[in-house]
Design a protein around this ligand. Structure first.
Ligand code: NAD
Length: 264
């Protein structure tokens, strides 16, 4: 992909899953990446996996929910590699609860990790880089686009990322910022533990049934989309939300227990 060689990116939550795949893919294309994670061991593992890439990955320990996080991360990236070119807002955490089951403290916690961190990082990145613009790609979710039972706060927070993406693109495009999002479908990262799959079998069956390609994705499918949107090849794309979901969001159908389509 064009325009990534020696360009400087921050990827949050780069110690696992989608964040790791995005960091590695950017580095394969020659970018310099600050791999931020609250778990420094996992971020360091990502650095190890990047050996052999044309670019470079450096680990940085930071919990995104801490107040000083955005400024600390932006400064660390500039100290490590120089002027910044892009930000990948990947940190997020699923919460399976329905609205009626979600107490205030949990609502605040999941809004904070899934949306407030993205708002604060994006705002401070734009302020920091006003002199040269840059790319922001945030990881939303198909649940930010479509209603699905459970995950009330998570869905609302991911929909807020969609709104923020369009708003920032509209307001700061003239300063050279492109702002996009990727909405992953079911992606088999370490977040989908065997315990979670067993406990929520209904969710996995239902999601795969409703996915035209009939398979879950892997983290690299999202890393590839993130890398494309961050590259000069996407230079005329802004304010967009790209579902990478095996087609889940473009259709709606259900099977009865006997596998036949049910008519009402
Ligand atoms: N996996 C999926 O099916 C799926 C689907 C849609 C959207 N997403 C979104 O993709 C993103 C990544 O998901 P994943 O499945 O790769 O998750 P993951 O659990 O595999 O990785 C998340 C990483 O973020 C780090 N992290 C968590 N909280 C942090 C914090 N406060 N500060 C710094 N680092 C923190 C973790 O240590 C971990 O390394 C999330 O925003 C998630 O909502 C995932």
């Amino acid at each position: 992909m064009r325009g990534l060689h020696e360009k400087v990116f921050i990827v949050t939550g780069a110690g696992s899953g989608i964040g790791r795949a995005s960091a590695l893919r950017l580095a394969e294309e020659g970018a310099f990446v600050l791999a931020v994670d609250r778990d420094i061991d996992k971020a360091t593992e990502t650095v190890g996996l990047s050996q052999g890439a044309t670019g470079k990955v450096q680990a940085f320990a930071q919990d995104l929910t801490e107040n000083q996080a955005p400024q600390a991360i932006l400064q660390a990236a500039r100290d490590a590699f120089g002027e910044l070119d892009g930000l990948v807002n990947n940190v997020g955490l699923g919460s399976p609860k329905s609205a009626l089951d979600e107490p205030d403290e949990e609502h605040d916690k999941y809004m904070n990790i899934n949306f407030r961190t993205v708002f604060r990082m994006s705002r401070d990145f734009i302020g920091f880089n006003m002199h040269r613009g840059g790319s922001i790609v945030s990881i939303a979710s198909t649940f930010g686009l479509v209603g699905f039972p459970g995950a009330a706060t998570y869905s609302a927070a991911k929909a807020a990322i969609v709104g923020l993406t369009r708003q920032l693109a509209a307001e700061y495009g003239e300063h050279g910022f492109r702002v996009n999002a990727v909405a992953p479908g079911l992606i088999m990262t370490p977040a989908h533990t065997l315990e979670r799959q067993t406990k929520n079998k209904w969710f996995y069956d239902s999601y795969l049934n409703g996915t035209p390609l009939k398979v879950a994705g892997d983290a690299d499918a999202i890393g590839a989309a993130v890398t494309f949107l961050s590259s000069a090849d996407a230079g005329f794309i802004t304010g967009q939300v790209l579902p990478v979901d095996g087609g889940w969001t473009i259709t709606k159908y259900a099977f009865a227990d006997d596998g036949r389509v049910r008519a009402r």
